[in-house]
Write a protein of this length. Structure first.
Length: 165
């Protein structure tokens, strides 16, 4: 499946193959399966299918598998970089004029801070972790986003994250 294909009620904007062209992460650290909607330079919605085969469940926790909270935050952070990358790659004409990201493609984003992190419920095998990320501030070197993760509409986690580019 590629960009702009759809299945049933979900409009699949980018599938795992497109995601892997952009993110350097690979299993077990690739934590985004699909992008289902995107407002370039503003917001994105994605999800990860959580399965018992995810490597982190071997040790967290045997007999009571729970997705580590730090990986939920990492999944939202990866989603934010996908918003930046796909906006830059596929919608450069919509880039806010104050940004100077011509050299952006040559750099990786790295976590700089995480604020207002809250965890509301556990994530277990069989869940679909839905993530929504919105740009709060976007500069040529710093990206600040608000992220929230839900399962079946129920809030799982939220965070404000800053990355340096």
């Amino acid at each position: 499946m590629t960009k702009a294909e759809s299945i049933g009620d979900n409009h699949i904007l980018y599938d795992i193959n497109e995601i892997m062209k952009v993110l350097p992460h690979r299993a077990p650290m690739l934590l985004v399966d699909r992008i289902i909607s995107m407002d370039p330079w503003k917001a994105i919605r994605a999800y990860k299918n959580v399965t018992i085969n995810d490597d982190f469940f071997r040790g967290h926790f045997p007999g009571n598998p729970v997705m580590p909270g730090v990986l939920i935050v990492e999944a939202m952070a990866q989603t934010s970089l996908l918003l930046l990358d796909f906006s830059h790659r596929d919608h450069p004409e919509l880039m806010p004029p104050e940004l100077n990201l011509k050299e952006y493609a040559k750099h990786l984003g790295y976590f700089a801070s995480c604020d207002r992190v809250k965890f509301r419920r556990v994530v277990v095998p069989g869940d679909r972790l839905d993530m929504e990320v919105t740009f709060m501030r976007l500069g040529s070197r710093v990206l600040k986003v608000a992220g929230k993760a839900t399962i079946d509409g129920q809030r799982t986690a939220e965070a404000e994250m800053t990355a340096t580019i």
